[in-house]
Design a protein around this ligand. Structure first.
Ligand code: HEM
Length: 462
């Protein structure tokens, strides 16, 4: 039972080119694609280790400049961020996200960022912690029943359902399991279909009447309907809770206002649903996986939970008293950053180090590779939460970016951390988790960095 990374794979670095870049092995026409497709994560990590702070990758006819030097990363994400936009590689997400915050640019993005930011302020954060506990409690009760029957749980699908439930409860004040049962399946269908397109050499265009496209379009219609329904239900209820949905309805839902824009309301709602659950679910799955492999660390985490909470559900005030959970979260997000790569396109010419960037060039900031780069991290492949203890932190600022960088950094980072602490604490209050033998678990670089399949865990009383 191990992460099946091929530690021996080292791309052959070709001779220095005129532009001063060292480059990984490539073949005519396909470039490095055959090597990338064989083992993408290992390819990017070992290329980062072997090729200095900047290297050019060739994905067939597409060239991508991969930057792994923290100074270069700071340059494109902060110092000259206005020269870079989200790249066309995010295009397959367009039918789901439309003009929502994840893909928006310029003034439209800024306006959405300011509007959405209001949902994460002040007293709402405190309320969220209670709601997060309320959402996790039925899962814990269900796990108790499974444990009593000796049944394992697939923690990956459990975390996806739970984080979706939490984002809908906290930001939209609805529960998926009652009136809106199909949302999880529709999102899963869309994400899996989109992911297939990322690594496929060719995919049928969306207009082609294939069974896959039919399923995809039906799933999109389910999500469109979901947004219409929750807006109608909110209006019919006459209530105005202080949540993200109400902010959207007030901003874009008034037919008499010149800002009336139901499409943008839909795009923003679904962008937040996607941003707010898939990433967190992945980190949590990897946390549980790593803790099951590291019983000494799991024991320390459990001791912290028991000492601080004394059997209570975590409250907002408890979260800062659980620093070891945060260290485990940070280390897991280092080894398994859900947004494993950030992709940008230059809109004008620029220069990083000695390298000239031309307008239209593609830039890759690969968190997975930077977080494991031997020149930036001691024991980069090891799972060591202690490196994130306040007294030990020594990594460079732009060598660690699970929540992104600069102005476009994650809007829900605090939400995600609070949610993760609540869920991890509640699980470890009740259970010990052991991997069911015989599974080969490895990360897959899809839209997010997710496990290659279920992670089945046997549960026993804590
Ligand atoms: C561990 C969990 C999470 C991780 C690792 C994560 C990571 C990220 C990253 C890397 C970005 C920047 C993407 C880019 O620059 O291309 C981002 C953006 C964003 N995230 Fe998260 N995220 C997490 C959880 C959440 C949650 C829970 C929410 C909301 C409830 C959220 C909402 C957003 C939003 C709205 C943006 C877009 C920000 C903008 O473009 O201005 N995220 N996230």
């Amino acid at each position: 039972m191990a992460i099946a990374l091929n530690q021996n794979f080292t791309p052959t670095v070709e001779s220095q080119e005129n532009d001063g870049l060292r480059k990984p092995k490539a073949v005519p026409i396909l470039g490095s694609l055959p090597f990338i497709r064989k083992d993408p994560l290992n390819f990017f990590a070992s290329t980062a280790a072997a090729c200095g702070g900047a290297t050019e990758l060739s994905f067939g006819f597409e060239k991508v400049l991969m930057l792994t030097d923290p100074a270069y990363i700071r340059h494109v994400s902060v110092e000259n961020a206005k020269n870079y936009r989200k790249s066309k590689f995010y295009g397959p997400l367009k039918p789901l996200l439309g003009e929502g915050i994840l893909l928006a640019e310029g003034d439209e993005w800024l306006s959405q960022r300011q509007t959405a930011g209001k949902a994460f302020q002040g007293p709402e954060l405190k309320r969220f912690v209670t709601t997060m506990g309320d959402a996790a409690a039925p899962m814990i009760a269900r796990w108790h029943r499974k444990a009593a029957r000796g049944e394992p749980v697939d923690v990956t699908s459990e975390m996806f359902r739970l984080t979706l439930d939490i984002v809908l409860r906290c930001l939209f004040s609805v529960e998926v399991n009652e009136r809106y049962p199909d949302v999880y399946d529709a999102l899963t269908e869309i994400l899996r279909d989109t992911e297939k397109r990322i690594w496929a050499i060719a995919s049928p265009p969306r207009w082609m009447p294939t069974p896959g496209n039919a399923r995809y379009n039906a799933a999109l219609r389910t999500l469109d309907r979901f947004v219409l329904d929750i807006v109608e239900d909110r209006r019919a209820s006459g209530q105005r809770p202080n949540d993200f949905l109400q902010i959207l309805i007030d901003a874009y839902g008034d037919e008499s206002s010149d800002k009336f824009n139901p499409r943008l309301l839909r795009d923003q709602a679904l962008s937040m649903v996607l941003a707010g659950h898939d990433t967190t679910a992945n980190v949590l799955s990897w946390v549980l996986f790593e803790l099951s492999k590291n019983p000494v660390i799991a024991r320390q985490l459990k001791d912290e939970v028991d000492t601080v909470l004394e059997g209570r559900r975590p409250a907002f005030e408890d979260l800062s008293k659980l620093p070891f959970i945060k260290m485990v979260f940070d280390e897991t997000a280092r080894l398994y950053p859900p947004a494993w790569t950030l992709s940008r396109t230059a809109v004008g010419d620029d220069q990083v180090g000695n390298h000239q960037i031309k307008s239209g060039d593609n830039i890759m900031l690969c968190a997975y590779a930077v977080h494991r780069k031997p020149s930036l991290w001691r024991n980069p492949e090891g799972f060591d939460p202690y490196r994130f203890a306040e007294a030990n932190k020594s990594h460079q600022q732009y060598a660690y970016f699970p929540f992104g960088l600069g102005a476009r950094t994650c809007l829900g980072a605090r939400f995600a951390l609070m949610e993760s602490i609540v869920i991890i604490a509640m699980i470890f209050q009740s259970f010990r988790l052991e991997l069911v033998p015989g599974q080969v678990i490895r990360p897959e670089p899809m839209l997010t960095l997710r496990p290659n399949g279920p992670i089945n865990m046997a549960l026993s009383g804590a």
